[in-house]
Design a protein around this ligand. Structure first.
Ligand code: PGA
Length: 253
């Protein structure tokens, strides 16, 4: 069964106290108000993982994720954090290939394959991001562009492995800009991506794949976007830093 998922991506925001406060508020509201059983994932910076996990405790349907992991398993890689470490701190998800990582840290499709492999081998669920920049959208080649990102990074995985992956479609021009894709644009791309997976892995795998939308999702537009047949939730940046907004988005299903 395809899961409905709302994941918060804190990015490089919030110090210790603010992270604790935000998590406590989310836990308090969600334990009473997640009646649709949406899978909710908090993806704070590495240093918050352990304290956030403690606050999450056994809150139903609330999970811990990371924003990144290393493509290596262990060893002399100063500053890196392995998938195995994340698991040992209670993480169950990891965002891979966010456009900010692709752009500012030059993460290639090939590197993202290695990161996805690390995640899967260690039992983490990858939230694999894809999405086109504005010039590609304007040139009308966005579908081919995003499909190529997925083919190059993911199509070497087996059917069983792909069945564990979550996809996040995030048009770069909509991230942090206040400009969302219309629900029709999101639906069109999500359906195209689902077909792309169906052509490689079969309809059944594609039908069970959760495909999230990301890019200026907020309590005002989430309901409309999530109402589309192929949109299974959202990856939320800015609005995940405000407990009420984030929970309103969770409740938009
Ligand atoms: P945004 O970020 O919601 O602030 O646009 C989304 C993301 O980058 O995951």
């Amino acid at each position: 069964m395809r899961k409905k998922i709302v994941a918060g991506n804190w990015k490089m925001n919030l110090n210790f106290e603010d992270g604790q406060k935000l998590t406590s508020e989310i836990v308090n509201i969600l334990k009473d108000e997640n009646d649709k059983k949406v899978t909710v994932v908090l993806n704070p910076p590495f240093v918050h993982l352990y304290p956030v996990k403690k606050l999450i405790g056994d809150t139903p349907n609330l999970f811990l994720g990371s924003q990144n992991c290393s493509d290596k398993s262990s060893g002399a890689y100063t500053g890196e954090v392995s998938a195995a470490m994340l698991v040992s701190f209670g993480a169950e998800y990891v965002i891979i290939g966010h456009s900010e990582r692709r752009e500012y840290f030059k993460e290639s499709n090939q590197l993202l394959t290695a990161k996805t492999r690390q995640a899967l081998e260690n039992g983490l669920i990858p939230i694999f991001c894809c999405g086109e920049p504005l010039d590609i959208r304007e040139a009308g080649t966005h579908e081919a562009y995003v499909k190529a990102q997925l083919t190059e990074s993911l199509f070497g995985f087996t059917e069983e492995e792909i069945s564990k992956v979550v996809i996040a479609y995030e048009p770069i021009w909509a991230i942090g800009t206040g400009k969302t894709a219309s629900s029709e644009q999101a639906q069109e791309m999500h359906a195209a991506l689902r077909n792309h997976f169906a052509s490689k892995y079969g309809q059944n795998v594609a039908d069970n794949l959760s495909i999230l939308y990301g890019g200026s999702c907020n309590p005002g537009n989430a309901k409309e976007i999530f109402s589309k047949a192929d949109v299974d939730g959202g990856l939320i940046g800015g609005a995940s830093l405000k407990s009420r907004d984030f929970v309103e988005i969770v409740k938009s299903f």
